[in-house]
Design a protein around this ligand. Sequence first.
Ligand SMILES: Nc1ncnc2c1ncn2[C@@H]1O[C@H](COP(=O)(O)OP(=O)(O)OP(=O)(O)O)[C@@H](O)[C@H]1O
Ligand SMILES: Nc1ncnc2c1ncn2[C@@H]1O[C@H](COP(=O)(O)OP(=O)(O)OP(=O)(O)O)[C@@H](O)[C@H]1O
Ligand SMILES: [Mg+2]
Ligand SMILES: [Mg+2]
Lengths: 256, 256
Amino acid sequence: MAKIIAIANQKGGVGKTTTAVNLAASLAAAERRILLVDFDPQGNASSAFGVQCRLGDAQIYHALVQELRPDEVIQRTELSHLDLIPAGQDLVGAEMELVSFVGRERQLSRVLDALRDEYDEILIDCPPSLGLLTLNALVAADSILVPLQAEFYAMEGLSHLLETVDRVRENYHPRLQLEGIVMTLVDGRTRLSDQVIREIRNYFEKKVYQTDIPRNIRLAEAPSHGKPALLYDISCRGAQRYLELAAEYIERNASE
Amino acid sequence: MAKIIAIANQKGGVGKTTTAVNLAASLAAAERRILLVDFDPQGNASSAFGVQCRLGDAQIYHALVQELRPDEVIQRTELSHLDLIPAGQDLVGAEMELVSFVGRERQLSRVLDALRDEYDEILIDCPPSLGLLTLNALVAADSILVPLQAEFYAMEGLSHLLETVDRVRENYHPRLQLEGIVMTLVDGRTRLSDQVIREIRNYFEKKVYQTDIPRNIRLAEAPSHGKPALLYDISCRGAQRYLELAAEYIERNASE
Ligand SMILES: Nc1ncnc2c1ncn2[C@@H]1O[C@H](COP(=O)(O)OP(=O)(O)OP(=O)(O)O)[C@@H](O)[C@H]1O
Ligand SMILES: Nc1ncnc2c1ncn2[C@@H]1O[C@H](COP(=O)(O)OP(=O)(O)OP(=O)(O)O)[C@@H](O)[C@H]1O
Ligand SMILES: [Mg+2]
Ligand SMILES: [Mg+2]
């Protein structure tokens, strides 16, 4: 029975996709059976594996609006334990189309519940907004993992995000948990981020993962080769940190 | 008669708000009369001036749904030639509310047309998506300025953005121009971005501004003090480059 994790933060460019792709790949390397769901119309998690969805190609949109069955939109990747449900431009219209659906916030949950028995974890890469797509992801998920950059605008958005999580718990899904906060794009050269990270660790305590992800150019290069970092350059700091993050995730969830 | 410019790119975290805030401030320093419209529910352009919109405070949402007149949502800033229309959480719901409006893509245009005579330029900071809010901004605008980061995911999104601009021209607004592309977060230390920037300049030629914006930590620090960079630390490279960008914008538009 898979655990479903939404990787979400409405602030743009904080490392949601980079975390979804590399955490999924690292967990698969540890032989967990993983499904990565690209739920962002930008389709970045798909292109991280060299998959470009043209209009009409089987993708998450078609399962969402029930044109295809959930198992018909799954693709294999280079990693034996990692499958992908890609996204593309079709998803842009989904947000407007879903508005008039009955149970509009539960469509992704319906799709993913049908796949839970096949996987250990299902990771959802969310778009940079708190609209209907992210709402669907939060309703479908057992927990939310928040990639957080230690900069002013990103910090400011955190309280809105946590309020949204509270509202989802109250109105749709009482069991939604906070999986944790992962500090991303940590730039060792600046005092700003050191001070901010200390404050976050004090406030959120155990909820912040010990493993943080440093800024590492190889992480930004890997997607142009259609590979997660551990297949592009496993020796780089970025790939190593995501392997450590996966190990920490497994440890935190083993004790439950 | 103001020129209206949408600062847009659906890729998250590429410097839309940083460009909107600092270009607006630099143009105001050059004595142009500027209105900055925060059109992102995150409200980052508002907090860059120390303005926090609580639910119910007068903001762009209220003019959009006609609860307030356009002139009733304008605020002064520390800069005499720069006014701000702030945004806050009320705007989150606007996207879903607008779906059922007649002329749903023209609501912002209606609001800003009423203000055109008061300003030389009206800049719109857009959210990281191609939904109804960004569509409203593109329909209201005379031109679009695209902040572009020289990284794989951001580059990949550029073709979708330009396709969306073409669709807006065909269906809603034939006169929408491309103001230009501004290279942002330029990191001199990496080969990846040098190579990518050369390709972009070759392909888009004159459409790419000569002035690019380097990564400069002072630009990320300024918003936590509620000031644009030229008021926080005018001597830093970031503030200087935005002043140069404003000068290049004025030169490009003078010759028309
Ligand atoms: N630790 C890192 N080191 C270096 N570059 C990184 C790192 N994490 C992410 N990046 C790069 O920073 C940019 C933003 O990251 P990413 O696209 O993963 O963020 P996102 O939150 O998914 O963005 P969006 O809000 O658009 O979905 C990308 O170009 C990515 O390659
Ligand atoms: N030239 C720069 N040098 C250093 N930091 C920068 C620069 N430009 C932007 N930043 C920082 O990078 C982050 C992303 O920038 P910004 O928020 O302006 O992007 P955005 O495109 O508006 O993001 P969103 O998609 O969430 O609206 C912010 O923390 C900002 O302070
Ligand atoms: Mg992403
Ligand atoms: Mg922004």
